[in-house]
Design a protein around this ligand. Structure first.
Ligand code: SF4
Length: 355
């Protein structure tokens, strides 16, 4: 059996919350006892609403944040407390692409300095070597080498994201984390960047973790999906299982409520109601019980345990079998006109080679 390249075991992260004078200190648990594995060559998507803890989990996996509890393993070696030269080596092998291409590039640095910085920091390349490598990296992400002397403000959003990707590739990473890598871009540009990431993944044999709330992007990019709610994973399965037959009521509602809803979900599926509860004081029992249409007294009192089904699929819900016994909840309907239009847009944009 293939061994995971990256693994989290019972990972938790608590942040200090806002406090009032003389009031006891409060904590927000952004990630709560999460366990997952990422296998070589796959793309794992971590999906959830804002405040679900998905970005924090991504940063914990890359050791950009230290865990409060739990352990992280990379290629079988524990890296939870890695420091010094080991941490520097991890920084080279585990890279991140940030959400906002407008904020993630230093406006005072040229593209050559931005992309060449990790080469100077981690590989002590000479200036001439760096210039050659930067030209190669720009060509890899579809930008002319002559643009290396330009500054970030001279580029469009999609081009800036390509510069961020070139920087992430500079030191030859093994795993890329995309933290909402296309959510700040126009839909047509999103498709081009998604297509680029897919090509790079195959070209360099990369493993990818994609943190996103855009379900269309996830469907196009991922092999498996972990669905997060208030710091916990409530369902994890292959991308087809998640979109064609979601088991957890939150996954079902999330997909049904998406603007580009996957057409396979019957309109009988209840839409997502209400807001995410305050992560500083999550509901007792099942955390989704305040918004779940199937809630019972047991849900209010007892936290569901994660059940691992055949094939490795996971779901945390007391009533998932009962809820899904009525298959009308997960019937496959023909694609809607909106879905077909969106898919055509993706295919057209992906076939374009320049931004
Ligand atoms: Fe809904 Fe209960 Fe399942 Fe939670 S455990 S998702 S409240 S049915």
């Amino acid at each position: 059996m293939t061994k995971p390249i990256l693994e989290a075991r019972d990972l938790s992260k608590r942040f200090s919350g806002p406090t009032r004078l003389f009031a006891p200190k409060r904590y927000v648990t952004a990630v709560d006892r999460v366990s997952l594995s990422v296998f070589p060559g796959e793309t794992l998507a971590i999906v959830g609403e804002s405040g679900s803890g998905k970005s924090t989990l991504g940063r914990l996996l890359l050791r950009l944040l230290s865990a409060t509890e739990g352990r992280v393993f990379y290629q079988g070696e524990e890296i939870t407390d890695a420091r010094g030269s080991r941490l520097n080596q991890l920084r080279r092998e585990l890279q991140i692409i940030f959400q906002d291409p407008f904020a993630s590039l230093n406006p005072r640095m040229t593209v050559e300095q931005i992309v060449g910085e990790p080469l100077w920091l981690h590989q002590q390349m000479s200036k001439a070597e760096r210039q050659g490598r930067v030209a190669e990296l720009l060509a890899t992400v579809g930008l002319p080498a002559a643009w290396a002397r330009r500054y970030p403000h001279e580029f469009s959003g999609g081009q800036r994201q390509r510069i961020g990707i070139a920087r992430a590739l500079a030191c030859g990473p093994k795993l890329l984390l995309g933290d909402e890598p296309v959510s700040a871009l126009d839909v047509s540009v999103q498709a081009q960047v998604v297509n680029l990431l897919e090509n790079l993944k195959h070209q360099f044999g990369l493993t990818m973790v994609v943190v996103a709330h855009g379900l269309a992007v996830i469907r196009h990019m991922s092999d498996r999906v972990a669905v997060m709610y208030l710091g916990q994973i409530v369902e994890m399965a292959t991308v087809d299982e998640i979109f064609d037959a979601p088991l957890h009521p939150y996954t079902q509602a999330l997909i049904a409520s998406a603007p580009q809803a996957q057409p396979g979900i019957n309109r009988q599926t209840p839409l997502l109601q209400g807001d995410l509860p305050n992560p500083a004081s999550p509901p007792q029992g099942c955390r989704f019980h305040t918004r779940c249409p199937y809630v019972t007294e047991e849900c209010r009192l007892c936290e569901p345990i994660t059940q691992v089904l055949e094939g490795g699929r996971q779901v945390s819900c007391h009533r998932w079998q009962e809820i899904n016994r009525d298959r009308s909840i997960i019937q496959i309907a023909p694609p809607s006109a909106a879905f077909l239009r969106r898919r055509a847009l993706f295919e057209h944009a992906a076939s374009q080679t320049s931004l």
